[in-house]
Design a protein around this ligand. Structure first.
Ligand SMILES: Cc1cc2nc3c(=O)[nH]c(=O)nc-3n(C[C@H](O)[C@H](O)[C@H](O)COP(=O)(O)OP(=O)(O)OC[C@H]3O[C@@H](n4cnc5c(N)ncnc54)[C@H](O)[C@@H]3O)c2cc1C
Length: 432
């Protein structure tokens, strides 16, 4: 099939769908290639959908998108082996439409998004792996697929092929992934009756709860755990840097098992039937790991461009926004009658720089190093917090002043004053 399109989009995840939809809506001839059986069949996500990014692409998405629960409560837990110190934020403002965040099941959501893409006019071909980019004098002119005679040409190719982005690596557009720049995340979905989910989390209707976790559950590795309520199921997972997994020699599955048996977590999952288990990489290198984003005849979006804000656990919204901005760049250049040259496609980077995507990633640019180089944030501090809370709340006849002295003594025995001040400074700088 040696055919020519205006644009080829490689990948049927949120970034590829956002790009293909925006382009097709504008009347461009779009071919979207997905290696999975259906879009979403190869995708893994926790999953929280941030509505703003999708609303800017499909304003009426709430009419028929498969949404599980809108989130009205966010919990943040710092865990040691037998307790947690936590904060909860619950607001009725989150319980009034239009809702801002939803839990979703990615396989269903990606399929729905893809149907919208096809209705907008893009041609989707699944079970087709793009093996190579076709280059002519350094300019990308199409792709080579694994189908017989599967060469397809286009004026511009958008790489939305996810974290591994083998195509960009093969073409020399980006370096190999470093183990310290990617997290390996595992998650399970546990099915429970809807009433059980609602009573366990004190919600009703379509309202839901999110729990983000850090501390000893990751055994000193840089990473976090999460638990989300769906309609009739609970998603639970954990992710840590690949480089840390290599050092600790613990399997992600064992880590998740240990996390699920924590006394604060196991009652939430009790009686559930686990029906889905998957593992996937997440690009967590942040701003400093972002590769070249465009060149002659190509652009890269979403996870393939390392656009994930791991501090706030946002990925799909950055993926959709980058897909939309890449598409808008193509549309503008087409309207202006300009070629998709390396110079003209730099406009995509400028659009990203002006958006929350780059502003947020830039803000947290030092975070990966801080978390990676300081395992005590995940071990000592959770224990120190828990011990302090326990000492203060345990009523044993000691006066409160003595208890405060004891807490200070315990804290200093674990970490010196200078050490604590240094840690506070590092965290402040990383969040600055
Ligand atoms: C466990 C986990 C939990 C997460 N939780 C959240 C969350 O709660 N909220 C959030 O916003 N983000 C979350 N993320 C991140 C989010 O999933 C990603 O940022 C998002 O999926 C990126 O979208 P994408 O389209 O760029 O890539 P992907 O979703 O990975 O899609 C890439 C697509 O390209 C296809 N593909 C790859 N190579 C080829 C090829 N050569 N030819 C054809 N097709 C190809 C793949 O099959 C895939 O369908 C989570 C990630 C993980 C792993």
């Amino acid at each position: 099939m040696a055919t020519k399109f205006d644009v080829i989009v490689v990948g049927g995840g949120p970034s590829g769908n956002a790009a293909a939809y925006t382009l097709a809506k504008a009347g461009m001839q779009v071919l979207q290639l997905e290696r999975g059986e259906t879009p979403g069949s190869k995708n893994v996500q926790g999953a929280i959908l941030y509505s703003d990014a999708l609303e800017r692409i499909i304003p009426d998405f709430r009419d028929d998108a498969p949404l599980e629960r809108h989130i009205i409560e966010q919990r943040m837990w710092v865990l040691d082996d037998e307790s947690f110190v936590g904060s909860h934020y619950r607001s009725d403002r989150f319980n009034r439409p239009p809702y801002n965040r939803y839990t979703i099941i990615r396989a269903q959501f990606d399929k729905w998004f893809s149907e919208r893409v096809q209705r907008a006019g893009a041609l989707l071909i699944c079970e087709t792996t793009v093996q190579d980019l076709l280059l002519d004098n350094g300019r990308v002119i199409g792709v080579q697929t694994d189908r017989t005679g599967g060469t397809v040409y286009a004026d511009v190719v958008i790489l939305a092929d996810g974290v591994n982005s083998a195509l960009a690596r093969k073409a020399g557009f980006r370096p190999e992934l470093k183990p310290a720049e990617v997290a390996l995340a595992v998650k399970e979905i546990h099915f429970l009756p809807q009433e059980t989910v609602e009573s366990r989390f004190n919600v009703s209707g379509d309202a839901g709860v999110v729990i983000e976790m850090m501390g000893k559950i990751t055994r000193g590795m840089a990473g976090t755990g999460f638990l989300y309520t769906n309609k009739e199921s609970i998603t639970v997972g954990v992710g840590c840097l690949l480089s840390d997994f290599k050092k600790q020699k613990i399997s992600p599955y064992d880590l998740l098992d240990q996390m699920k048996s924590h006394p604060a977590i196991s009652p939430l999952l009790a009686g559930g039937e686990m029906k889905e288990y998957c593992a996937h990489l997440i690009p967590e290198g942040g701003y400093k790991a972002i590769p070249q984003l465009s060149g002659d005849g190509w652009m890269v979006v979403g996870d393939a461009a390392m656009l994930v804000n791991s501090v706030h656990r946002e990925g799909s919204n950055l993926a959709m926004t980058s897909g939309r901005l890449a598409a808008e760049t193509v549309i503008e250049l087409a309207q202006e009658g300009k070629p998709y040259s390396a110079e003209n496609l730099l406009r995509y980077r400028s659009k990203l720089d002006e958006s929350f995507v780059m502003k947020d990633l830039k803000k947290y640019r030092n975070m990966p190093e801080v978390l990676h180089g300081n395992p005590h944030f995940f071990t000592d501090y959770p224990e120190m917090l828990s011990d302090a809370a326990h000492t203060l709340l345990h009523v044993d006849g000691s006066d409160k002043k003595s208890k405060e002295r004891q807490v200070r003594k315990e804290l200093r025995s674990r970490r010196s004053i200078l050490g604590m001040m240094g840690d506070a400074y590092k965290i402040w700088r990383a969040f600055e």
